[in-house]
Design a protein around this ligand. Structure first.
Ligand code: GLU
Length: 492
């Protein structure tokens, strides 16, 4: 057992972005690979962004994905519960802890009260913008003597607390993906640590929590890279050892922009509803920004754990390629047992009105063979109704010249008679019988190969290619086979 500890620390915005799922995944892989621990912490200090049910959604999305964690926030008996030695794991329950450390920073002179109004800050920002400067707090309140500031606070004056950065000091840290980073404090802002509502900012809370929760590696999206120097400085003034930092490349769309809700599916829940399997989504996401040394693409979670290293995480954004995701999903769909696939597609089949509970109860074997028949070439579970439609819809007229030519073949009348005879000879066309049926027709009629299969397939389905003929025969059953063959006589 190592003492490696990582965390996934989402803000409860209402859904889990797939970029977030990938961050969670890389944390998980690293923890598992190194025998470490993985924490799920909820960062909800921005009360204006509070969304009802968001924590539950996050936990459920992670649960669905198969990414597990050791400590933090869980759902048990429909309740959000917390487990682990360093809780609470929901930041809004830790306000006293943050206050304690902010007070410590005030006393040590590393933070100060700031009474600047929103108006003043807006004007300042506007002036800086006009002059072409980077917006930054000008430090007006830095020089207010502490006793005076405390008296103003005691008087109820609205205020925030800011980090007091030293002038002209280089802040260094090493990122395990990005390498060495150095930034001068003159290019940094006196970050607000405590807001006027008494809540800490993300920056204060994240440093305090990562330290108290004994996090050894901070693995998160690269959008947090610019904030890291402030965090590093906070570790220093709080007298804490800083953890390792790992910033992951953003998940991008084809235009190299951050994958956003406007372009369609971005949340784990969206992908779930669109018929993606968790193992496929996770497998594919692993490859957006990382590849194993042997370039294997289809991997189980265990294989990923085995192969994962930060050295092979890319520095640049990973493009989210929907086609590739579909390909990975198709792979996992094909691997499913028929019965399991049926369970997974049933919600879609029911929604499309193709089956109901009574039908499912009475036709399970039939439905499983349907799954076996359509799973080849299915990219998402959602496609199950359209892939099954050939069984439930009328075939329509055959108009394709080439197909009509085949149906006019010399041996076709005898073929139709032959199939009908064999079908009528059995009481019930079970799957085993269906598998042997064309062989019997061949024996009885002497028609074989292409002349046997091609016209039959076209007569039954109206198209030249498709699933196994034996499956089609079984799924159609006696009546439908005869009905379609009779209809096909008009093309003779
Ligand atoms: N709460 C931040 C987010 O939702 C997490 C940043 C971090 O991991 O430090 O992106």
């Amino acid at each position: 057992m190592s003492n490696i500890k990582v965390r996934f620390a989402p803000s409860p915005t209402g859904y889990l972005h797939i970029g977030g799922l990938r961050t969670a995944l890389y944390n998980y892989l690293y923890a598992k690979k190194n025998g470490g621990k993985f924490i799920l912490r909820i960062e909800d200090t921005d009360q204006s962004r509070f969304v009802e049910g968001a924590i539950e959604n996050l936990i459920k999305a992670l649960e669905w994905s198969g990414i597990t964690y050791d400590e933090g926030v869980f759902i048990e008996n429909h309740e959000v519960v917390e487990k682990g030695p360093n809780g609470p794991y929901i930041q809004s329950k830790r306000l006293d802890t943050y206050s304690k450390y902010v007070d410590q920073l005030i006393e040590s002179g590393d933070a100060y009260y700031c009474f600047c109004t929103k108006e003043r800050l807006d004007n300042l920002r506007e002036e800086q913008r006009v002059k072409g400067q980077v917006p930054k707090y000008d430090g007006l309140c830095r020089s207010i003597p502490l006793e005076e500031a405390k008296a103003r606070v005691a008087n109820g004056e609205e205020h925030v607390i800011r980090l007091k950065l030293p002038k002209n000091r280089d802040i260094h840290f090493k990122d395990l993906v990005r390498g060495d980073v150095t930034i001068n404090t003159d290019d940094m802002d006196d970050q607000v640590l405590m807001k006027s509502d008494g809540f800490p900012t993300y920056h204060m809370a994240v440093v305090v929590d990562d330290h108290l929760m004994e996090v050894t590696h901070i693995v998160r999206g690269e959008e947090w890279l610019p904030s890291t120097p402030k965090h590093v400085y906070l570790y220093e003034v709080l007298g804490w050892e800083k953890p390792e930092f790992v910033h992951l490349p953003t998940v991008l769309n084809d235009d190299r922009k951050k994958l956003s809700k406007r372009q369609g599916d971005v949340s784990v829940e969206d992908f779930r509803e669109s018929g993606y399997l968790p193992e496929a989504l996770v497998n594919y996401l692993a490859l957006v920004g990382w590849s194993p040394e042997d370039n294997q693409e289809i991997m189980t979670l265990e294989e990923m754990v085995d192969k994962f290293t930060f050295e092979r995480v890319s520095k640049t954004g990973g493009i989210f390629d929907k086609k590739k995701l579909d390909w990975v999903n198709a792979h996992y769909i094909k691997e499913k047992e028929d019965g399991e696939l049926l369970e997974l597609t049933l919600p879609y089949l029911k929604k499309a009105g193709i089956v109901d509970d009574a039908f499912v109860a009475n036709n399970r074997e039939w439905l499983e063979i349907l799954m076996n028949t359509i799973k080849e070439g299915m990219s998402t579970l959602k496609e199950a109704p359209e892939k099954s439609a050939f069984l439930f819809e009328d075939m329509g007229e055959i108009t394709d010249e080439n197909l009509l030519e085949i149906l006019k073949g010399e041996q076709v009348p005898e073929l139709i008679d032959g199939i009908e005879a064999e079908v009528n000879a059995v009481d019930e066309l079970d799957f085993e019988t269906a598998k042997g049926l064309m062989k019997k027709v061949q024996k009885a009629t002497g028609i074989k190969g292409k002349n046997l299969f091609m016209p039959t397939r076209i007569e039954l389905t109206g198209v030249e290619h498709g699933p196994e003929l034996a499956n089609i025969l079984y799924l159609f059953g006696k009546d439908k086979i005869v009905e379609r063959l009779e209809q096909a006589r008009k093309y003779l």
